[in-house]
Design a protein around this ligand. Structure first.
Ligand SMILES: Cc1ncc(C[n+]2csc(CCOP(=O)(O)OP(=O)(O)O)c2C)c(N)n1
Ligand SMILES: [Mg+2]
Length: 546
């Protein structure tokens, strides 16, 4: 057989369902082999979007999502997606083509050292130089992409190698289990928790990756220890739980930070330093127990005193076996924080003004989305509002990127979520800036016949940066732009275009779009003029009074 056939068999052996990407002439043998496979090629309109889709597939399934590009410009277009997967801990394999490596008549045309380009962005990057190496290289790329901490890997398959005759079989994955935490570390952690006065649970990104949800819920029910989430830890436990105190979306001064300051012991589950820190450690300050698959990367603001290293669900299970609610624990201040924060959120939830205000927007989206519905956020100021104000009921139902925080990922990640979960409601929520960075994928979504809702928040500006500019006391400058007519723009792709004209109309419009077939694009004017006042002043003042 030719080597590309063996390559595709190796992908099939890994259970690959989709390859997202754009082939070039250097991939034509691989494409030919794919044409005889059950693996579905999802042709996109930009490699970056293919990468975002593959990474999101990996994030949602735990299995490496696969994307494909040609050499040179196709491969460099994957770079942002590589960083997105690598920083975000999402398993992904990138396959790129290359000119023949044995003889080439084209000089340096389109030649970039992609293997080296990918080195700082991946866990593993390799050029395949012989067909016989394919089974082991492919297995290694999947093993590393999927193993904790997951991330991006890259294989380059040059044209002449893809075409050469080879033999052999894919390598099956070994039977392996993640190691469990050592008993002494569990005992130490439990002892410290028993002796604390105001223990607090913080749930971060890694807790959203594996099946830790059930164990953590039991932990909270049994101990009644209150919890807060990071942006990427949202939904591991239902945030409607009475012990939920809030999400650490802002850097400081929010209600949730008052709770964190009050804690004398934090049990920090699944923390990852790639996220903005949910709390800042200082000498002589709060004690921290780090619970994760891997040890804590020590940082000036993060130096936990106890580490429980091993499979997270297993560690929490061991806590549940030993730890009971203690009479010395006092959660009364935490309850006050929760009440004050909830009261503040309620105030904005029925704001009638239009263009819509962010608090009302979040409340309406939450009203419409079922508990297992998925919102995929792009990057902009609204991300903070959704992280703070949208109670996530289930793991990975709020897909946001608090790692690379790349604009342009909202639409592709929603598309991938729709492919993985055809029976759940899925919507992309994008700023007008982020949407336009990958809006061409509307064509892909329409071509695939996806049912999808895309909500565009239109402020005609890079609002997030305006908010920071305002906060830093700078004059407003350099961040405003115009937009296409999003209704007509959607229609020109064969999608349905809608425009919201009042705050009250948003929920019925969303409901309609979620049940009607096709891709629905909603143009929603937003008013961000109070972001600075509320996020940088009012919240700080109100929370300081608790
Ligand atoms: C690819 C990329 N470029 C630039 C930035 C910096 N950045 C973060 S948010 C933002 C503005 C987002 O504007 P928009 O998508 O319209 O959302 P808004 O904040 O206006 O709601 C910018 C420029 C980024 N995060 N990613
Ligand atoms: Mg904007």
């Amino acid at each position: 057989m030719k080597a590309s056939d063996l390559f595709v068999r190796a992908l099939e052996n890994e259970g690959v369902e989709y390859i997202f990407g754009i082939p070039g002439e250097e991939n034509l043998d691989l494409l030919d082999s794919l044409s005889r496979s059950q693996i579905r090629l999802i042709l996109t309109r930009h490699e970056q979007a293919a990468g975002f889709m593959a990474a999101t597939y990996g994030r949602l399934t735990g299995k490496a999502g696969v994307c494909l590009s040609t050499l040179g410009p196709g491969a460099t277009n994957l770079v942002t997606a590589a960083a997105y997967a690598q920083l975000g801990g999402m398993p992904m394999l990138m396959i790129t083509g290359q000119k023949p490596i044995k003889t080439s008549k084209q000089g340096q045309f389109q030649l970039i050292d992609i293997v080296d380009t990918m080195r700082p962005l991946t866990k593993y990057t390799h050029q395949i130089v012989s067909g016989s190496n394919i089974p082991s290289r492919v297995r290694e790329a999947f093993r590393l992409a999927e193993e904790e901490r997951p991330g991006a890997t890259h294989l380059e398959l040059p044209e002449d190698i893809a075409r050469e005759e080879t033999s052999g079989n894919p390598l099956p994955a070994s039977f392996a289990r993640r190691p469990s935490a050592e008993e002494k570390s569990i005992r130490e952690a439990v002892g410290r928790l028993e002796g604390a006065k105001h223990p607090l649970l913080v749930i971060g990104a890694a807790a959203n990756r594996r099946l830790t949800s059930r164990m953590l819920r039991q932990f909270v029910e049994q101990t009644e220890i209150p919890f807060v989430t990071t942006q990427m830890g949202k939904g591991v436990i239902d945030e409607d739980d009475p012990r939920f105190l809030g999400n650490a979306a802002l850097t400081e001064g929010d209600f949730v930070h008052r709770a964190v300051q009050h804690a004398d012991l934090i049990i920090n589950v699944g923390h990852d330093v790639i996220e903005k820190p949910p709390f800042i450690m200082r000498e002589g300050g709060v004690q921290v127990i780090h619970v994760n698959f891997f040890s804590a990367q020590v940082d000036p603001v993060y130096f936990p005193q106890v580490e429980v290293i091993g499979d997270i669900a297993h560690s929490v299970w061991q806590f549940n076996e030993r730890l009971r609610k203690q009479a010395c624990w006092d959660f009364s201040y935490f309850a006050k924080v929760r009440e004050a924060s909830a009261a503040h959120q309620r105030e904005g939830a029925d704001d009638p003004r239009f263009p819509i205000y962010p608090q009302r927007l979040v409340a309406e989206v939450r009203r419409v989305m079922p508990d297992d519905g998925i919102i995929a956020l792009d990057n902009g100021i609204y991300k903070i509002w959704f992280a703070r104000n949208y109670p996530a009921a289930a793991p990975n139902t709020v897909l946001l990127d608090n790692a690379l925080a790349a604009m342009g990922a909202g639409l592709p990640s929603a598309m991938a979520a729709r492919l993985v979960f055809p029976d759940r409601k899925v919507m992309a929520i994008c700023g007008d800036g982020g949407f336009m960075m990958n809006s061409q994928e509307l064509e892909t979504a329409v071509r695939l016949g996806l049912q999808l809702v895309v909500l565009i928040l239109r402020d005609n500006a890079y609002g997030m940066i305006k908010w920071k500019q305002d906060h830093m006391g700078f004059e407003s400058f350099g961040l405003d732009y115009g937009n296409p007519d999003f209704v007509k723009y959607a229609e020109s792709y064969g999608a349905h275009g809608h425009r919201a004209t009042s705050a009250d109309q948003l929920a019925p419009l969303l409901e309609k779009c979620h049940v009607e077939p096709g891709v629905h694009v909603i143009d929603l004017p937003v008013d961000y003029s109070e972001n600075n006042r509320i996020l940088n002043h009012e919240i700080q003042e109100r929370s300081a009074r608790v």
